[in-house]
Design a protein around this ligand. Structure first.
Ligand code: SF4
Ligand code: SF4
Ligand code: FES
Length: 523
């Protein structure tokens, strides 16, 4: 630790921090544009200038590191004047098109102008005009006039993706961001440059002009696009998600997320199932549930508990899979509980993207689920399964014709799903469930980090979280688990699994909790 004097106050800060971080640590914000904690320092914008006792003139705080005994001032009239001057310089050629800029509400130029700028325009010459709506790649559009040349986007492509698509071309007031000749910004992480850009120069083709940011609400969640489980913020309004943005999590995704994951929010809005289907026709949920209960009871009475097979899912939360496991063990007493999820592997890389496109395979492992597809196949092929209930697991859509054929041989199939899929039409009963942003729950990502998702809004229609649906099946079959809230599930789950002892849902840190991966063999 180092002790520094910040604006007359002695504060202790960890060694190795720069002054922006150190001040932040002490609750003081130093304005900055070009500095980003996930990128190499460039020190080009000069917005972070501060006074340091004994230094020759003002110093940039992004590239000055704490030393014991340092005396730093961030709030003197001289510092304020410098910030005002930097703002005036940056806005010299910046078009004042804030009312139509998609970054309005999230733009540091606007924010800092209100805080430090507020000057009369002294410029006597017209602004330098540059190109607008420059198509950089599949996800990103550039407005060269709005760019303040902070080089964050260039540094991202140089040091994070190491793809080098972006350059600063030209000199002086003709300098501009461009793609390197013959290249486009199409690396799998390209969307991050939009988040990085401190002003409205880089915008997302997908998001721009869809919503003003001040109408959106933000909820902390994780991306369910692959087993990495990147921490994200979900931006939503009136029951509709408009975008994912990466949320800093040092042990999972740093500051970034991949493009495929970024766009995967669309599945939350599209092709959703909000009502129950019986033999492919819409029916009230009560009728559908009654049909399931009747079939389960009849199958158990005639063939014994093992006539009912349950299939958990690497797409469903830990809580839902835990409750399903209780239904199997304590209510139905069937040994036919599977976790086989047939989602095919996709592309992976050695950065964030995992080939496994499910968010909770480790969670199933943790709960001790039998995940072999062969075991499920053998059970179904044996003809002993009379009722098959699959939770949030599209075994037909993802398994293909072979599995479709196999499930046709089961007299009664029940599918709990978020989406209309071929199996939703084919199952005897299809029940609508909530997506991960429509409920509280948790997932265990590839390295064993347990992360929670918070509810952004209610699901529409009859869709409810799958643990609620499973609980109501249990109740109808004679056992009330008494679960109205995930916290109650956690009381039982943390008692049942040593690695969760003493934990509660709301107690899971926002950046997750590392489970002991080596010991991840559940009961
Ligand atoms: S486009 Fe944005 S991130 Fe890139 S240099 Fe310009 S202002 Fe900075
Ligand atoms: S790496 Fe995986 S979890 Fe992360 S954003 Fe991409 S798809 Fe989502
Ligand atoms: S943040 Fe320090 S110079 Fe830009």
């Amino acid at each position: 630790m180092a002790t520094i004097t910040l604006n007359g106050r002695q504060v202790e800060v960890p060694d190795g921090l720069n002054l922006i971080q150190a001040a932040e640590h002490a609750g003081v914000t130093i304005p900055h544009y070009c500095y980003h904690p996930g990128l190499p320092i460039d020190g080009n914008c000069r917005m972070c200038l501060v006074e340091i006792e004994g230094a020759r003139g003002p110093q940039i705080s992004c590239n000055t590191f704490v030393k014991d005994g340092m005396v730093v001032k961030t709030d003197t009239p001289a510092v304020e004047k410098m910030r005002k001057g930097v703002q005036e310089f940056l806005l010299l050629n910046h078009p004042i098109d804030c009312p139509i800029c998609d970054q309005a509400g999230e733009c540091r130029l606007q924010d800092y102008y209100m805080e430090y700028g507020q000057y009369e325009n002294r410029s006597m010459v017209p602004k330098v005009e540059k190109n607008k709506v420059v198509d950089l790649g599949p996800l990103v559009v550039l407005d060269q006039e709005r760019c303040i040349l902070c080089s964050r986007c260039v540094r991202f492509c140089e040091s994070v993706t190491e793809t080098g698509e972006l350059v600063i071309a030209g000199r002086g007031d003709k300098s501009r961001i461009e793609t390197f000749p013959g290249m486009e910004l199409d690396n799998p992480y390209s969307g991050n440059v939009v988040d990085l850009c401190p002003v409205g120069a880089l915008t997302s083709k997908d998001f721009r002009f869809k919503q003003r940011v001040w109408f959106l609400n933000t909820t902390k969640s994780v991306c369910v696009g692959c087993a990495n489980g990147c921490s994200v913020n979900v931006d939503h309004r009136a029951g509709m998600t408009y975008r994912y943005k990466p949320r800093h999590n040092a042990q999972v995704n740093e500051y970034w997320m991949c493009d495929a994951g970024r766009l995967s929010y669309k599945a939350l809005n599209d092709n959703r199932l909000y009502g129950a289907l019986v033999d492919g026709d819409e029916q009230p949920i009560g009728i559908a549930l009654d049909a399931v209960i009747a079939k389960v009871k009849a199958a158990v009475a005639e063939f014994g508990p093992d006539a009912v097979a349950l299939v958990g899912s690497a797409h469903a939360t830990l809580e839902s899979n835990f409750v399903l496991k209780r239904l199997a063990a304590e209510v139905l007493k069937t040994s036919k509980l599977f976790g086989a999820t047939l989602t095919p592997d996709g592309e992976g890389d050695d950065f964030l993207i995992k080939a496994d496109k499910t968010p909770n395979r480790k969670g199933l492992e943790f709960l001790g689920y039998q995940q072999s597809a062969e075991a499920l196949k053998a059970a179904v092929a044996s003809g002993t399964v009379k009722v098959l209930i699959a939770m949030d697991n599209d075994l037909v859509g993802e398994g293909g014709p072979e599995w479709a054929q196999l499930f046709k041989s089961v007299p009664f199939t029940v599918f709990m799903t978020k989406h209309h899929t071929p199996w939703a039409e084919m199952a005897n009963v299809t029940l609508p469930i909530a997506s991960h942003v429509e409920q509280f729950g948790s997932f265990v990502q590839a390295k064993g980090v347990l992360q929670k998702v918070m509810k952004a809004y209610d699901a529409q229609g009859d869709a409810i979280p799958s643990w609620e649906l499973v609980s109501s099946l249990a109740r109808a079959l004679g056992t009330d688990f008494g679960y109205d809230d995930v916290e109650q599930i956690w009381t039982d789950m943390s008692a049942a699994y040593e690695a969760l002892n003493g934990m509660s849902f709301y107690g899971i840190p926002e950046t997750g909790h590392q489970l002991p991966v080596a010991e991840m063999v559940g009961k």
